[in-house]
Write a protein that binds this ligand. Structure first.
Ligand SMILES: NC(=O)C1=CN([C@@H]2O[C@H](COP(=O)(O)OP(=O)(O)OC[C@H]3O[C@@H](n4cnc5c(N)ncnc54)[C@H](O)[C@@H]3O)[C@@H](O)[C@H]2O)[C@@H](O)CC1
Ligand SMILES: Nc1ncnc2c1ncn2[C@@H]1O[C@H](COP(=O)(O)OP(=O)(O)O)[C@@H](O)[C@H]1O
Ligand SMILES: [K+]
Length: 528
């Protein structure tokens, strides 16, 4: 594997504090000296800082008692030698040995050091090395006060490894936490940085790779990591590309969408447009008869199935054409805009023998039915795509403060692939294989964007279901594609310009951006 592929691969792994300690212990046991690693990490951060356009030359170093503080002191010393005005704030009585040595050396170089925050002069930016993955209890007293005060300075703060105060695994705030503008996560992604509650503290995040041998990572996390970050290089293999030159439309998947009502006709259109964006070969959409003309006008290529409807304009029962049954389709996606009147339809699709995506109202009906564990009886995969509220209705007992644990529990209870939507969408299958999407945009937090995701996911699934792919990989691919469309649209149109319809217009542009050679080049990483 070349260096670039190895770097891509390391972006996928996610660790807890205990796992990071195990990985580091292996590296140290193999002979890498701890001081040499600290020096290397400090220099890498320093180089990265120097490659950014930093405003001003007055730097405050916030040094903690552990090795996070040691890293920060190395960064401070290097910036000092490069002509920056460096000041150190170090309020702790006792430091770890190595950190203590760096602190004394900095003092001997004449770098001013203070133990009181009030003495620290005004800085242009700060380096936060108070605590990393060694934070083990709530921050209190003068350190907590200092952090709260520093957050009010409104200056850029670059956090080393994690914003100090953020729990490495859960992302929870332990007492208080630094609000960083940028976080340099060291070596491997810490699970806490992928949890929703850490987002507003971490700022922009990036991984600083310090060349941990892959063998050490895999010895701790396994060859197939249980928790994976969704990255382009990992999902690219699951995209429905390239097409076979002798493709026939009936070999490219037939997706059935069951969606919409007189009241929520737009949801059906958006789901259909999401499916269109996937490139699915054949698309059928079952809607109430009265909105059929509307769907036809928006999706002329789709087969629109008008169904009998209730007095309120919801589908009363499915009326599929001719000999068609639910099992005639490659995939079924059911839910957006249905209303909660369609209970028999949800019961009917649950009995189908094809992969099934349940979203929105289908999830609310499932919650009302109270038969969620019966999903285990399905012979084909089921994918549930709740947002936080729907998740709570489906799984009132499951706490999602730790969203990763939450989806894992839900998936193991139901046997379904569970996707919990949000700023950091998390996906898990029954075996606990988990994906987290860490690249997204709040521009997606708008009505209808979830409908687009359901259609897109159904469309991808329909095309790749006969390939040797893991279902949860397909779900992750849909989430990645959807987010990337949002990011691209927000870049061009601002975050406010990404309504759900516009989002559908960017789906194809995401693919167009990916170089064809990258698609054909994709290397087997042996981690599936
Ligand atoms: N060995 C090295 O040179 C490397 C160091 N790294 C750095 O080392 C860090 C981990 O180092 P450590 O294990 O020393 O841990 P930290 O530097 O994160 O902090 C641990 C220290 O803080 C104290 N502490 C914990 N919670 C506290 C609280 N609430 N209030 C006051 N004191 C508290 C502990 O008693 C301990 O002394 C990483 O986050 C990273 O920055 C690695 O990432 C890279 C390799
Ligand atoms: N703050 C956010 N950052 C990134 N993505 C978000 C954010 N909030 C919501 N999303 C995404 O937007 C979509 C919203 O879906 P959903 O809640 O089902 O909306 P709707 O039902 O209106 O279509 C999901 O894909 C979700 O992950
Ligand atoms: K830190």
């Amino acid at each position: 594997m070349n260096n670039q592929d190895l770097k891509h691969l390391k972006e996928i792994f996610v660790v807890t504090a205990a796992q990071m300690r195990d990985v580091e212990s292996r590296v140290f046991a193999a002979g890498m000296p701890i001081p040499a690693l600290m020096e290397k990490v400090g220099r890498l951060i320093c180089d990265r800082l120097l490659s950014m356009t930093l405003k001003g030359s007055r730097v405050g170093i916030l040094a903690g008692p552990g090795h996070n503080g040691g890293d920060a002191l190395v960064v401070g010393r290097e910036l000092h030698f490069r002509g920056y005005n460096v000041w150190i704030y170090q309020p702790f009585g006792q430091l770890k040995e190595l950190t203590n040595q760096h602190f004394h050396y900095a003092q001997s170089l004449g770098i001013p050091c203070f133990s009181q925050l009030a003495e620290l002069p005004d800085c242009d930016f700060l380096i936060d090395g108070l605590f990393g993955f060694g934070l083990e209890r709530e921050i209190t007293g003068n350190i907590a006060e200092a952090i709260n005060h520093l957050n009010l300075w409104n200056k850029p703060i670059f956090s080393i490894d994690l914003p100090s105060g953020i729990h490495t695994d859960t992302g929870a705030v332990l007492g208080t936490a630094i609000c960083a503008s940028h976080t340099f996560c060291l070596g491997l992604w810490k699970q806490g940085l992928l949890q929703e509650q850490a987002i507003k503290y971490a700022g922009k995040t990036e991984l600083v790779d310090f060349d941990i041998p892959l063998a050490d990572i895999q010895a701790v996390l396994g060859e197939v990591p249980t928790i994976k970050r969704i990255t382009q290089s990992l999902v690219i293999n699951t995209l429905p590309l390239p097409l076979s030159p002798i493709l026939h439309k009936y070999k490219s998947g037939h997706l059935l969408l069951i969606c919409g009502s007189k009241r929520y006709a737009g949801g059906a259109i958006l789901t259909g447009l999401g499916a269109r964006g996937s490139g699915i070969g054949m698309l059928s959409i079952a809607v109430p008869e009265s909105i059929k003309p509307l769907l036809v006008s928006h999706l002329p290529e789709a087969l629109i199935i008008g169904c009998p409807e209730t007095n309120n304009g919801a589908i009363s029962h499915l009326q599929l054409p001719g000999e068609t049954t639910l099992n005639s389709f490659t995939v079924i996606a059911c839910g957006p805009g249905l209303t909660t009147e369609v209970t028999p339809i949800v019961e009917q699709v649950m009995k189908s023998e094809v992969p099934l995506i349940l979203d929105a109202d289908a999830l609310n009906i499932l919650a009302q039915l109270g038969t969620i564990t019966s999903l285990k009886n399905r012979h084909q995969p089921t994918i549930l795509t709740p947002h936080g509220g729907e998740f709570h209705r489906l799984f009132p007992e499951i706490d999602i403060t730790n969203r990763v644990k939450g989806v894992q529990t839900a998936a193991s209870q139901t046997g379904a692939i569970v996707l919990l939507k949000g700023a950091r969408t998390a996906i898990a299958n029954e075996q606990g294989v988990t994906w987290v999407n860490s690249e997204s945009t709040p521009a997606l937090a708008r009505g209808g964007s979830g409908d687009v995701l359901t259609g897109l996911m159904g469309g991808i699934l329909g095309q790749v279901v006969n390939r040797q792919v893991n279902m949860e990989d397909v779900v992750a691919t849909a989430v990645w594609w959807h987010s990337q469309a949002g990011i691209l649209a927000a870049k061009e149109r601002t975050e406010l310009g990404v309504d759900a319809f516009t989002l559908t217009q960017y789906l194809n542009r995401v693919l167009a951006q990916i170089q064809t050679d990258e698609i054909s080049k994709w290397v087997e990483l042996n981690i599936r």
